[in-house]
Design a protein around this ligand. Structure first.
Ligand SMILES: Cc1ncc(COP(=O)(O)O)c(C=O)c1O
Length: 387
């Protein structure tokens, strides 16, 4: 085996329970479920799947996705095909949004904490990243206009994770979503709403995606959707939902001129939607993640009563706050020695905040490992406390 060129991003050590990575567990990959969709391309000799894609993406997928989203309880209105653009996923959508709507030195406002792996995208675009304080609903809005004004027209982008935030697991209320859209419209700012987890709700649906709510004249929201969390990250396909004028900008972007994105994956996903494979898989994921989430919550409550957290209602993560004096970097090392991994809170901060917080993921481990993982974390915590 040549580890220099690994097959996958995830690397795990033997005997260690992984509560750090935000990836689905091996047994949740829809290998058997996707087979009929992949076979159909060959059986039906669907040669278009091997050709360059239409500029907006694989046409049939735009149609099937528009219907799929429109029928989901969380979308609350018809999502028209002209509101969608097919890309490589949420990260790609953000990268393109930066290319099309920002310039070097512009300011981007992000939640503090925020998803740490998109930071590099913003850095690649030479943006000035400014963290805005959050509460249990994500970005706070009390002082948002003041912050925007203080940059004198230089704020061009607002990056938010409205539903089942990574790392906080929080959901932004409808009222706050609407207020932020009004502010963005007023100040000519584009909202890049990362909705990678939006469809993974385990009870009531979250409020509609920000693009669904955007009724501004020109449009000021790009909602970044992804099949990574609802089908498989290896498919690396996603979509952008936005006002058709904004979608046109993505469709007419330079990197599209040699053909749109990943037609082969688009054709597979289209068939997966039409055959009901996606809907069934999402249902399976929701049931599985819900039980993992409940197990993690009760294990935390019994094993580490000092751990403060809000019960997530969807997505992948628990955001846990320990007493102020706890240094999560030290806890991480102790936890590793006990055989469990976690992500320290500072990883999600541009300002070295959240030193007493950690993120735990319940998507990668099954119920037994989650129970044992929290038990090991409890042992590490006890060791920390007893010095
Ligand atoms: C908030 C958030 N956005 C985007 C991604 C990556 O999405 P994609 O694979 O569609 O680029 C992740 C993956 O963990 C995520 O947590």
């Amino acid at each position: 085996m040549n580890d220099l060129f690994p097959k996958i991003m995830l690397s795990r050590s033997d005997g260690i329970i992984d509560l750090a990575w935000g990836h689905p567990s091996d047994n949740l990959h829809p290998l058997d479920a996707l087979k009929p969709a992949i076979d159909a391309i060959f059986v039906n000799k669907e040669i278009s799947a091997l050709q360059y894609s239409g500029y907006q993406g694989y046409g049939p997928l735009i149609g099937s996705l528009s219907q799929y989203l429109s029928e989901d309880k969380s979308y609350t209105r018809i999502i028209k095909p002209e509101e969608l653009y097919i890309g490589y996923g949420a990260s790609h959508g953000l990268d393109l949004a930066c290319t099309l709507f920002t310039g070097e030195g512009n300011t981007v406002l992000v939640e503090e904490p925020s998803y740490y792996l998109v930071r590099q995208i913003l850095i690649d675009h030479r943006l000035n990243i400014v963290g805005v304080p959050t509460d249990s609903e994500g970005m706070k809005i009390e002082n948002l206009e003041q912050i925007i004004d203080s940059y004198k027209g230089n704020v061009k982008l607002l990056y938010l994770i409205p539903s089942f935030h990574n790392p906080m697991g929080s959901v932004m209320s409808l009222e706050r979503r609407e207020k932020i859209i009004d502010l963005a419209d007023k100040h000519d700012i584009l909202i890049a709403a990362d909705e990678a987890y939006h469809l993974l709700y385990y009870g009531d649906p979250p409020p509609p995606t920000m693009a669904t709510l955007d009724d501004s004249r020109k449009g000021c929201v790009v909602s970044l959707g992804s099949f990574s969390k609802i089908l498989a990250p290896g498919i690396k396909l996603g979509w952008i939902q936005a006002n058709p004028d904004i979608v046109d900008k993505f469709t007419n972007s330079g990197s599209n001129f040699s053909g749109g994105n990943n037609n082969f994956a688009g054709a597979i996903v289209d068939i997966a939607i039409r055959k009901g494979i996606l809907a069934k898989h999402v249902n399976h994921l929701k049931n599985t993640y819900k039980s993992r989430m409940e197990i993690m919550s009760s294990a935390l409550k019994t094993r580490i009563p000092e751990a403060e957290f809000l019960m997530p209602q969807g997505g992948y993560y628990f955001w846990i706050k320990f007493p102020e004096e706890i240094d999560a970097n030290v806890l991480e090392k102790l936890a590793f020695n006990q055989g469990v991994t976690l992500r320290p809170g500072v990883a999600f901060s541009g300002q070295n905040l959240f030193s007493n917080c950690i993120r735990l993921c319940f998507a990668l481990s099954d119920i037994e490992d989650i129970t044992e993982g929290i038990n090991r974390l409890g042992q590490a915590y006890d060791k920390y406390i007893s010095g």
